[in-house]
Ligand binder design. Structure first.
Ligand code: DQQ
Length: 536
């Protein structure tokens, strides 16, 4: 007898069963996209970690392969943890990853394809020189906080550089330790880290890459120059959130200086203000995009994960580029996902009065892509923004979808049951700030399920859109237990997991709502039923 699986995805990446976490070593090789990921072959909880492997020609449909990297050497006998791929000259991929040695120390290892003429890169061979980087008495690196090598890049002196996540032995200083190499095998630790920040704890899965300040295209990881900015992202183990800064990388001094703020600031920038962790980008040389992968964990209890036999998915790959303002990144689901669009439902231009809940019917609401464009008038009626509201997530929890406002809450009710006993609300509220309007974007899971064993935390973010001059857009990818939302064309993103009891499969509904006193106008709304992708 098979267990009902209402929460399995239809177009988000997941294996048939068991635990997954971080995306590893994403790359494009000979026209094939590769995704490796942290995987427990034995259970739906973390443990026995190896690198599972799938490939795709379109980033939508995925073919599974045998595990690529698994314990086989002294330097990784207790686990093969996260790492990244670099394409070396001569078109030769190489993977640097963290191994756990018999003393349970974290060390960095190299693996290369056995057969370069196999575009699927099925078999990987480990370097006999492993480990290439290890904690020693000399370098005083904390052996339990030394992991997750990035994609390497070449500096002006022709040497390779890579950073490794770290926390200083004593205290809570997070660091991106820098190593250099001429041959990719012998690595020397640089005197100072690429960047560090006090009181941030362990930096997991750092990512460091250039972005163009001129065009919304991706750049190969070694590019630097006049119109190039750099991004440093770290996954903070203490907060289980990721933060990034945009800044300048001096490739002669090998220092990175953020333009503003740091990774430790609570007001820091995040790729995603919901669930999204241990992410990693790669450069797609075929389309000149930089593409972001991120792990989304469950919001259900471990008991439920074990019962359903799986845990963890990957977010839809996102194209990522520097916003025109130069101050933040913008993310958008890869265009390829649109080939899963099935029938489209269009809601024509409509004024949505305060207190309205309007059903969008004719769409498979548990498996959909919804895009809506709002125009807000009467901005002078906006409530005043209290400058002590410094935490948007808190504000969204206090002012959830059921709390009436003036301009908002308005947005979408997704994964809703027929009688609205269950729904997830993704919405905006507009406030009058000191000298500009403040747009708050929320994903409110508090009513997402009648099952109270799930984590139903509400998420929130500010959205850098000026409603006086710009329209307000919201796109939400709905996939059974996933609600992945992009506000303002991808300026703020919020991903949530929900496990409704009633709002499953055909019992799922979609609505536009406005719970403010002021009307808002829906300029366009398109909802696509999504086809199922072929995944593993
Ligand atoms: N997951 C891996 C580590 C990494 C952590 C272990 C982040 O390499 O630091 O599965 O989720």
């Amino acid at each position: 007898t098979s267990v009902k699986q209402p929460y399995r995805t239809s177009y988000h990446f997941q294996p048939p069963k068991n635990w997954i976490n971080d995306p590893n070593g994403p790359m494009l090789y000979k026209g094939i996209y590769h995704l490796f990921y942290q995987y427990n072959p034995k259970a739906a909880v973390w443990g026995n970690i190896i690198w599972a492997h799938s490939t795709s020609t379109d980033l939508v449909n995925w073919t599974p392969h045998v595990p690529a990297i698994f314990p086989s050497q002294e330097s990784d006998i207790n686990g093969c943890w996260s790492g990244s791929a670099t394409i070396l000259p001569g078109y030769k991929p190489a993977i640097l990853y963290t191994g756990i040695n018999p003393q349970n120390q974290q060390v960095q290892n190299l693996a290369v394809p056995k057969n370069l003429s196999d575009p699927y890169l099925i078999e990987w061979v480990k370097s006999p020189h492993n480990p290439l980087m290890a904690p020693t008495a000399m370098n005083q690196i904390n052996a339990s906080s030394f992991r997750d090598p990035t994609t390497a890049w070449v500096g002006p002196d022709g040497r390779w550089r890579v950073i490794i996540g770290n926390k200083r032995d004593r205290g809570r200083k997070g660091r991106a330790i820098l190593y250099r190499s001429k041959d990719f095998v012998r690595w020397t630790k640089a005197q100072h880290p690429l960047h560090s920040a006090k009181n941030t704890g362990m930096w997991e899965c750092p990512d460091f890459f250039p972005v163009s300040a001129q065009v919304p295209l991706g750049l190969d990881t070694s590019i630097n120059g006049p119109n190039v900015k750099h991004v440093l992202k770290v996954s903070l183990d203490d907060k289980k959130h990721e933060y990034y800064t945009v800044g300048t990388y001096n490739s002669t001094t090998d220092r990175y200086v953020p333009d503003k703020g740091s990774v430790d600031s609570d007001s820091g920038l995040r790729y995603d203000y919901g669930k999204f962790y241990a992410s990693k980008t790669f450069f797609d040389s075929k389309t000149n995009r930089r593409i972001l992968w991120g792990w989304i964990n469950e919001s259900s209890s471990e008991d439920d994960d074990i019962k359903k036999g799986w845990s963890g998915i990957q977010a839809i790959p996102r194209t990522i580029w520097l916003d025109k303002s130069g101050k933040q990144l913008v993310q958008w689901p890869i265009l390829e996902i649109e080939k899963l669009h099935n029938s489209q439902v269009v809601l024509p231009n409509k004024l949505i009065k305060g207190g309205t809940v309007l059903e969008v019917s004719g769409v498979t609401a548990a498996q959909a892509d919804v895009e809506v464009l709002f125009e807000v008038k009467g901005l002078e009626k906006a409530e005043v923004f209290d400058p002590t509201w410094t935490n948007p997530q808190m504000l969204c929890s206090q002012k959830g979808a059921s709390v009436k406002g003036s301009l908002g809450p308005f947005g979408l009710l997704v994964m809703a049951s027929k009688g609205l006993e269950e729904y997830t609300a993704v919405f905006f509220r507009i406030f009058k700030g000191q000298n500009k309007y403040v747009v708050l974007m929320c994903s409110d899971q508090s009513r997402s399920s009648l099952n109270n064993s799930n984590d139903k935390t509400t998420y929130g973010a500010l959205l850098d859109v000026d409603p006086l001059h710009e329209k307000l857009s919201l796109r939400t990818l709905i996939d059974h237990s996933i609600v992945e939302s992009f506000g303002g064309g991808g300026k703020s993103c919020i991903t949530a997991r929900v496990y409704p009891v009633l709002a499953v499969e055909d019992g799922t509904h979609l609505h536009v709502f406005n719970n403010g006193t002021q009307s808002v106008e829906v300029l366009t709304l398109s909802a696509w039923s999504m086809k199922k992708a072929k995944i593993n």
